[in-house]
Write a protein that binds this ligand. Structure first.
Ligand code: AP5
Length: 214
């Protein structure tokens, strides 16, 4: 099962990708997580990416494409993968399709998550991310059992620096300008499936599972 999760920042892609990954035993490849790991480890790539991420801009295509190429070629992805937050531009999407075609593969579905804009702001302003693992919580909607402590690994929960209000606005503007054209791009290829991402995490998961290939 080769899936892309597409949608605005904070729509719930990462939360659902973790669940689908666990349920089907296929890896979630999140370019955001890979870039944040590079920032945390202060790699050359991470330091280059940080300036773009802090402004809410997209990291240059060549950087993220390199990250995905490395992952998609590993045996871990032999049974499929979930791309969370990639592609985000038409050149990224073209590169992905060339990369897969070169291996005799193609995407099965592009799940387009949709929620109202005010809900995006609520979700991002209350998000808390684990400083040690990919787990994500929300102070109100998905609270950890113990305040500010990750349920999965006991790491400290932090607010992502790009979840500040000004950066969120610019991420949403960048999404509209550079990523939303992918909605028509994948609709034209008959790969796009619209998913109502509003309501509870469990409710979204139920709708999502019903739309995945069997
Ligand atoms: P990235 O990390 O990919 O951020 P994003 O796409 O903006 O998505 P988010 O992680 O903000 O949200 P999400 O949809 O995963 O929502 P989540 O599940 O966490 O990218 C960050 C940056 O890296 C980019 O701005 C860019 O600079 C760079 N980058 C990354 N990929 C790139 C690429 N391909 N090209 C160029 N640059 C790239 O949920 C949000 C909150 O809501 C959480 O608190 C969660 O607990 C809560 N929640 C989830 N579901 C529900 C629900 N159903 N009800 C209530 N609350 C919910």
């Amino acid at each position: 099962m080769r899936l892309v999760f597409l949608g605005a920042p904070g729509v719930g892609k990462g939360t659902q990708a973790e669940m689908v990954s666990a349920q089907f035993g296929i890896p979630k490849i999140s370019t955001g997580d890979l870039l944040r790991a590079g920032v945390a480890q202060q790699t050359a790539l991470g330091l280059e990416a940080k300036q773009f991420m802090d402004r809410g801009d997209l990291v240059p295509d060549k950087v993220v494409i390199g990250l995905v190429e490395e992952k998609v070629g590993t045996p871990e992805c032999g049974q499929g993968f979930i791309l969370d937050g990639f592609p985000r531009t038409v050149p990224q999407a073209d590169t992905l399709s060339g990369l897969l075609a070169g291996k005799g593969l193609s995407l099965d579905r592009v799940m387009h998550f949709v929620i109202p804009r005010e809900e995006v702001i609520n979700r991002l302003s209350g998000r808390r991310s684990c400083s040690k693992c990919p787990a994500v919580f929300h102070v109100e909607f998905v609270p950890p059992k113990q305040e500010d402590i990750c349920d999965e690994c006991g790491g400290a929960l932090i607010q992502r620096s790009d979840d500040r209000k000004e950066t969120v606005e610019s991420r949403l503007t960048v999404y509209e300008a550079q990523t939303s054209p992918l909605i028509d791009y994948y609709r034209d290829k008959s790969l796009l499936v619209e998913l109502d991402g509003s309501g509870s995490v469990e409710g979204v998961q139920e709708r999502l599972l019903a739309l995945l290939p069997s």
